[in-house]
Design a protein around this ligand. Structure first.
Ligand SMILES: Nc1ncnc2c1ncn2[C@@H]1O[C@H](COP(=O)(O)OP(=O)(O)OP(=O)(O)O)[C@@H](O)[C@H]1O
Ligand SMILES: [Mg+2]
Length: 296
């Protein structure tokens, strides 16, 4: 069975056009300035070398997948990109600036939004309120203006609600708008997290395992939303994902990490045939989180 036929059967919700336009059909211009670039990034935790001299560029409207076995350094890479970790060596180029450590507090203003490998939502708040919170970094009104609720603060609040509604429509969450997140199925919670990241209208969206633990149907829906997010909002997307069928089907480029080093970086068709990648990853089973059962 070929990768694309495996993908077609695994992801029945994906349109054939999306599958065929995935691998290797990047619309990028090689000369364009990257949205984000890593230069010689190394990171260690005591004796553990999580990243080793990683160079990486992400271009406008690109879907870049980062794959690799458990512990390869994928989340560490995203944590360096989003400023949670300060690399031991190397720099990050973002928004025309060069950082030794990306300032997490200014991440939204630098045009970057992210989701987490383990859900990071306010479980007691409604779907709508969780998504509105994704606009906080884009708001300019002062604390006092927000308390009083006049002028700019009121405008920003209604703009945030309108954008949240738009994201709920996009991610098919409208009927759950007023439900507390805690009561939602896992797959929907992952979608709420993506909506909260997208509502900031980022130039770059970092998705750390947005499909982990999902049913086949939920994965299919999420794969569709990832591609649609790029098309509709012109967002570059970095996707960490263990499901190789999904990765090769929806990404323009694939980067492979092994023990903190980048061992491949190229079009899916080329990476799929790379001997080092097959040895290090494709030929070896990895521990994926237990998929959830389909609802009866
Ligand atoms: N905060 C931390 N403190 C200590 N070690 C860490 C920390 N974060 C990551 N590591 C170590 O760095 C290495 C890379 O971890 P990382 O979480 O980036 O891998 P990963 O590729 O995301 O793995 P997975 O597929 O399991 O999510 C691992 O050996 C991990 O134990
Ligand atoms: Mg991880």
């Amino acid at each position: 069975m070929t990768i694309s036929s495996a993908l077609a059967s695994a992801l029945p919700g994906l349109a054939a056009a999306e599958l065929s336009s995935g691998a290797g059909s990047s619309t990028l211009s090689a000369s364009a300035t990257p949205v984000l670039q890593l230069e010689g990034i190394s990171l260690s935790f005591g004796g553990v070398q999580a990243l080793r001299h990683v160079d990486l560029a992400l271009h406008e409207r690109e879907i870049l997948a980062v794959i690799g076995p458990n512990g390869a350094g994928k989340s560490s890479l995203v944590n360096v990109m989003s400023g949670l970790y300060r690399p031991t060596q190397g720099v990050v180029h973002l928004g025309g600036r060069r950082f030794r450590q990306v300032p997490t507090a200014r991440l939204g203003r630098l045009g970057v939004a992210r989701t987490f490998q383990n859900l990071a939502l306010f479980k007691g708040l409604s779907v709508r309120d969780n998504i509105v919170l994704g606009r906080v970094n884009a708001m300019r009104s002062s604390f006092v203006e927000q308390i009083v609720g006049l002028g700019r603060a009121r405008r920003e609040r209604s703009e945030a609600r309108a954008l949240a509604d738009q994201m709920m429509d996009f991610l098919d969450l409208r009927s759950d708008a007023d439900r507390p997140v805690a009561g939602l199925p896992y797959g929907l919670q992952k979608r709420v997290e993506m909506a909260r990241a997208l509502v900031a209208r980022p130039r770059l969206l970092l998705l750390d395992e947005p499909m982990a633990g999902m049913t086949v149907t939920e994965k299919s829906a999420m794969a569709h939303f990832v591609r649609a997010a790029r098309t509709q909002f012109d967002t570059a997307i970095l996707l960490i994902e263990h499901d190789i069928g999904v990765v090769f089907g929806i990404s323009d480029r694939v980067v492979v990490l092994q023990q903190g080093s980048k061992i491949a970086d190229g079009a899916p068709a080329a990476v799929r045939q790379d001997a080092a990648v097959i040895d290090a990853y494709l030929g070896v089973a990895h521990a994926d989180p237990q998929p959830q059962q389909e609802a009866a």
